[in-house]
Design a protein. Structure first.
Lengths: 214, 214
DNA sequence: GTAACATTGTTAAATTTGTAACAATGATAT
DNA sequence: ATATCATTGTTACAAATTTAACAATGTTAC
């Protein structure tokens, strides 16, 4: 690895992922160079922030010509991706789980959802957008067999802590928990949690606030 | 309104929403008092942060007895909720849209999803978990008719900017955008964006990082 | 009744994140 | 050839958020 010895800020990582996605679209449209203010506009942020992020990853643009789109995509890839990619599983094949699988499939080459898990016998051994669904009882076995390192939890909230525990035992290194129930994991496991209800209540709060202010 | 004249920090709002959800569970189990460190443990945060949040909303606990669960729930309600509630619509009745509707229905009394929209004729005029799906062409009409103030966007990414624009014109006050495409809205409209791919790539980055460190 | 203690509420420090300011630079116009 | 200009890269500043420190206080144990 070249220069990313010091950890990049969380928020920069998030933005890099987003930059890349849109840069790929730009590239597919034949755009070869892009200015910081163009990237900024796409993402509703300031050009300064874009330049700062790119500075942090050590990318240099050309004065008056902007950044080379292809180079930038490659560099972000070297930061975000692993050489051989990582395998992901989804635990809980409800609407949300299926939505994630469908959303993802074929989009990002270096991350791939390779397995699903559910307790419902109607779902077990069926395929969802090309992903095979196993019974949760086989969690440990399949994760180890296939070398899966990342798991997404989309089961009913009550079951989340239990699932998380099993995932950690199975050797999972990163968890994305979409249930409203926070889970505990060993410190070496990276945990990211997101809860849609919270987001909606937050929006509601600010709508209420703006209304009061008028 | 009593004391929330000064805006509360974003993150505090998010946590309040989560506290309340778990406090309701505690209450239903008959627990009447709770300590800051108990709340903290549920949410994987520090007791200090909990106390600080509660300080900000002006709640007082009883020394050595903790916080009165019911009082706290009520106070958070006074901050987050509006008296008559707010109406929400979901634009895009795919897996994610349906997941949100199912997830939400009946859970929070003060926010209710009252309408869905889609372009697919197979979905139009059907019900999803009790929510009627209209054709997107009727967006403006229905939003105004029913007094909907909040919208969740779960359409394919390319269509997000266009949908957002229509929503703003229809008078929506808050938008929750779940597509990877960032949208522009007038400054008086509160916008929250979340992208699942970004979260997953972020988890992958930190998994990679932890691995390298070893 | 007194001392020890657990727990709260608050102020201060540290960290993280975003914004502004501006020098450096090379292309473009005249 | 020179001046102007747009744009980058970087440093310094500001705002938001988290963490630490600790005084205040009422409860419990003795």
């Amino acid at each position: 690895m070249i220069a990313n010895l010091k950890a990049l800020p969380d928020k920069t990582i998030e933005r890099l992922s987003q930059y890349r996605r849109n840069l790929l679209i730009c590239l597919s449209k034949g755009k070869q160079h892009i200015f910081s203010h163009e990237i900024a506009q796409i993402h509703n942020i300031t050009p300064v922030q874009v330049r700062r992020d790119l500075m942090l990853i050590g990318h240099s643009g050309t004065l008056r010509k902007g950044y080379d789109v292809k180079e930038l995509i490659d560099l972000i890839g070297r930061i975000l991706d692993t050489k051989d990619g990582l395998k992901v599983c989804v635990v809980g094949i409800g609407n949300l789980g299926r939505s994630l699988i469908g959303y993802f499939n074929g989009r990002r080459s270096k991350l791939s959802i390779v397995a699903g898990f559910d307790v419902n016998p109607d779902k077990v051994d069926k395929n969802y957008a090309g992903v095979h669904c196993h019974h949760v009882d086989r969690l440990n076995e399949i994760i180890k067999r296939d070398g899966i390192t990342i798991a997404i939890i989309t089961v009913p909230a009550e079951q989340a802590p239990d699932v998380a525990e099993k995932l950690v035992i199975a050797g999972i290194k990163g968890i994305l928990n979409y249930t409203p129930k926070s889970v505990n994991v060993a410190p070496h496991v990276y945990l990211e949690e997101y809860d849609m209800i919270t987001s909606l209540e937050k929006v509601a709060y600010f709508v209420k606030r703006n209304g009061n202010a008028e």
